[in-house]
Design a binder for this molecule. Structure first.
Ligand code: F6R
Length: 247
């Protein structure tokens, strides 16, 4: 399905997405949503943390999208602690579901799959390699929530987040579960993501670019800044609602 494409100037992007999410929470306080970590949402989480009315999140459930396997809680890249630091501890949802890695990892993935069942909103970022969560290249639309071997670019990204653990594996909510969410938002910012965003939206649907499967979602929204959207050659094809013009 054609997404709603929203393009905002970089400086306005975080506030615009924060306002959209705040609207969702006001309309449906018991929202069940999954959230990513990474650099893209940092400014969004700061905006949400600064602006959340007392109680706005008090009935919401936040589910962690993915995490590295085996990082200690004080590793800067560890997903659960990072999401707590950047947003959860500030907005205080009723429930926050991390990925409990104790015991058997396959069982941990199954438990997390159950936690991700029936999401109202899946918020995801876009990897430079086209991944969604840790649904790495090679993943298909029916990919389950599972333990994955990380792609070299994902390992590189982890190093950029300051990890000392050089993680080789991750656990991610699968594309199948994400495509089941009632609504899906893809967050994309910055020039380095322009090429892969174009591939995801305008290239062939392919496991080489797992994000291309998001097109199967009946209700999805791409929330980009103007830099990330700069290569969308057929932007007039999209149903646009723009914070600013894109030439
Ligand atoms: C992180 C995640 C990843 C990132 C993606 C973009 O929880 O699921 O898929 O969303 O790698 O990362 P940044 O935002 O750092 O460019």
């Amino acid at each position: 399905m054609t997404p709603t494409l929203e393009v905002h100037p970089a400086a306005a992007w975080a506030d615009a997405v924060a306002a959209a999410l705040t609207d969702r929470l006001r309309a449906w306080p018991r929202l069940r949503l999954c959230l990513p970590t990474g650099e893209t949402p940092v400014s969004l989480y700061a905006a949400l943390s600064a602006s959340a009315d007392a109680g706005l999140w008090s009935q919401a459930t936040v589910v962690l999208l993915d995490d590295y396997v085996g990082l200690s809680a004080d590793d800067p890249a560890a997903g659960g602690p990072r999401l707590r630091r950047e947003i959860v501890d500030h907005v205080r949802p009723a429930v926050f579901i991390e990925i409990d890695q104790s015991g058997d990892l396959a069982a941990a993935a199954r438990r997390h799959d159950e936690a991700a069942r029936g999401l109202d909103l899946a918020i995801v970022g876009l990897g430079l390699n086209g991944h969604i969560g840790f649904n790495e290249p090679g993943s298909t639309a029916d990919s389950a929530t599972r333990v994955v071997d990380l792609h070299p670019r994902s390992r590189e990204a982890a190093e950029g987040y300051g990890t000392e653990g050089a993680p080789e594996r991750g656990i991610t909510i699968g594309l199948a579960r994400l495509l089941d969410a009632r609504e899906l938002w893809l967050l994309v910012t910055g020039v380095p993501k322009a090429e892969i965003l174009r591939a995801a939206l305008e290239g062939p649907e392919t496991p080489d670019v797992p994000a291309s499967y998001l097109r199967r979602h009946p209700s999805w929204r791409v929330m980009a800044d103007d830099a990330a959207a700069s290569l969308l050659g057929r932007a007039d094809r999209w149903m646009t609602h723009r914070g600013d013009t894109v030439s």
